[in-house]
Design a protein around this ligand. Structure first.
Ligand SMILES: Nc1ncnc2c1ncn2[C@@H]1O[C@H](COP(=O)(O)OP(=O)(O)O)[C@@H](O)[C@H]1O
Ligand SMILES: [Mg+2]
Length: 465
């Protein structure tokens, strides 16, 4: 058996612990390799693999995907992506890189997806299979080599996204899932379903890679490992656009109206493509319980909210007393960081993955479409708060109020039902979100706590705008 010195067991845990996508910050992972795929470098020079590693150090096991490349020489410019420098017993010196950052590794991954290839493991039993998607690929995309420019998207990301730009095809973004759930990833499933339904409010999917590994009981598990889609080059995410508008006192009305319409259109397509669930008494009781739990946690974590206890209970009681619309598939984590406005395409929604650490059944369960509406309303208010906190801007209350009203106007026009007709429910969902934010801020950014607390007080004072 050929060996590496230092061994993977020596260098991988410490490297993984330093990665942004490692979820148990501050602790050392306890890793077991439960699967892996080996790719072929067309030039035969670079070893390319993806490792599937289960971390058993936390309360629940988490599966990580770690693509690696092995090279006989160091690569200029890839210093930041060096995982280890080692000695292979047969091949000699090896430089091990994060395979997402190594252009050869990245191109091979894209080639596998657009070429609808199959990747095998060393053991042979496991596989990764790529499937093109008819909305955007593979057909014309089959010969896409990735172009001459390959880069990893920077920023606070839970996954690793690789961007391919060049002359031989349209720009592509390939998201490598770092935390891999057992089962089809909602990011892929939902975006492909929307594209199939003819929605123009999501980037065109190009294809995905689906793989297999061994579960804790020796059973076969499988799920999506990567997802390639159209990349809208040169657009900023809407969060930054909104914060800047708030700083400049620039009116967001037209854009917020169009955004509301885009969200409503996606909701309509999701309602048609996935099952609807009536809001039966048990379903309502379940949601009420999550509100109550969240409120209890927030009152504990943020003492200044305690005097609001009765008013909070009152908002939830009002929401319980009104009729509820049917539950449907929703985005689930909608905020300004999940939407982009492209010059010729208008608003597009991104990232239907939900919170990667929550169990899949929860992330894919039908929910109130108003939850997404509430998420965006909170985000618009947050943009005003961030303009103040980060840039010292004095943003008048009317700025956020107007953006929120415009968003709701656009949503109402497109969907045919004004979310304000469900004011009690919308207030409860916004309150739930704001209480969540308050807990987050008190733990991570106490100086920002005033933003959710102001939102909570406003929601308790009167009807939503
Ligand atoms: N198809 C795309 N076109 C242009 N930009 C994109 C595209 N997909 C993602 N992005 C950019 O990358 C960011 C992160 O993407 P996202 O899918 O939300 O990943 P994550 O799961 O890590 O949050 C987005 O906020 C957006 O700025
Ligand atoms: Mg995102």
């Amino acid at each position: 058996m050929p060996t590496m010195t230092p061994s993977f067991a020596e260098f991988l845990p410490e490297w993984i612990a330093r990665q942004r996508w490692y979820t148990a910050k501050g602790s050392t992972p306890l890793l077991r390799r439960v699967g892996g795929l080996r790719y072929q470098d067309p030039d035969g020079e670079v070893g390319i693999e993806t490792w599937l590693l289960r971390d058993d150090s936390g309360p629940a096991p988490v599966l990580y995907q770690v693509p690696l490349t092995y090279r006989a020489e160091p690569v200029d410019g890839l210093e930041h992506a060096l995982v280890a420098r080692g000695e292979h017993s047969e091949l000699g010196p090896r430089w091990v890189y994060d395979g997402c950052h190594d252009p050869v590794g990245a191109r091979v991954l894209l080639g596998t997806i657009v070429g609808e290839g199959t990747v095998v493991s060393d053991g042979g039993a496991q596989y990764g299979r790529a499937t093109g998607h008819r909305a955007g690929g593979p057909g014309a995309m089959r010969s896409h080599t990735g172009g001459e420019r390959v880069r990893v998207l920077s920023g606070e990301q839970s996954n690793t996204s690789i961007i391919f730009e060049g002359d031989d095809g349209p720009p592509v973004i390939c998201k490598v899932f770092r935390v891999v759930p057992d089962g089809r990833n909602p990011d892929v499933v939902v975006q492909e379903a929307l594209a199939d339904a003819g929605s123009t409010r999501v980037p065109a999917p190009l294809g995905d890679l689906y793989g297999e590994w061994t579960g804790a009981e020796g059973e076969r598990q499988h799920g999506h490992l990567a997802f390639a889609q159209e990349f809208l080059a040169g657009v900023e995410d809407a969060w930054r656009v909104a914060v800047r508008a708030a700083v400049d006192g620039e009116d967001l009305a037209t854009r917020a109206t169009a955004l509301g319409a885009a969200v409503a259109s996606v909701h309509r397509d999701l309602a048609a493509a996935f099952p609807l669930h009536e809001a039966t008494p048990p379903v309502r009781a379940g949601l009420r319980a999550t509100w109550r739990d969240r409120a209890a946690a927030a009152l504990l974590a943020v003492p200044e909210l305690q005097e609001l206890r009765d008013a909070i209970t009152e908002v939830y009681a009002r929401a319980e007393s009104v009729p509820w619309p049917a539950l449907q598939r929703i985005h689930g984590d909608l905020h300004l960081g999940q939407v982009i406005e492209a010059p010729d395409r208008g608003w597009l929604l991104l990232d239907f993955e939900g919170e990667p650490l929550r169990p899949l059944p929860e992330r894919t369960a039908p929910d109130l479409a108003l939850r997404d509406v509430a998420g965006m309303l909170r985000s618009l208010e947050y943009a005003a708060g961030a303009a103040h906190r980060e840039h010292g801007a004095e943003v008048p209350e009317e700025w956020a109020a107007q953006a929120r009203t415009s968003f709701l106007d656009g949503y109402a026009r497109e969907s045919g039902r004004d979310p304000r007709e469900d004011a009690e429910l919308l207030a409860a969902l916004e309150l739930d979100k704001a209480l969540y934010e308050a807990v987050y801020e008190v733990r991570n950014r106490p100086a920002w706590l005033t933003i959710p607390v102001a939102g909570i007080r406003r929601l308790l004072d009167g009807p939503v705008t």
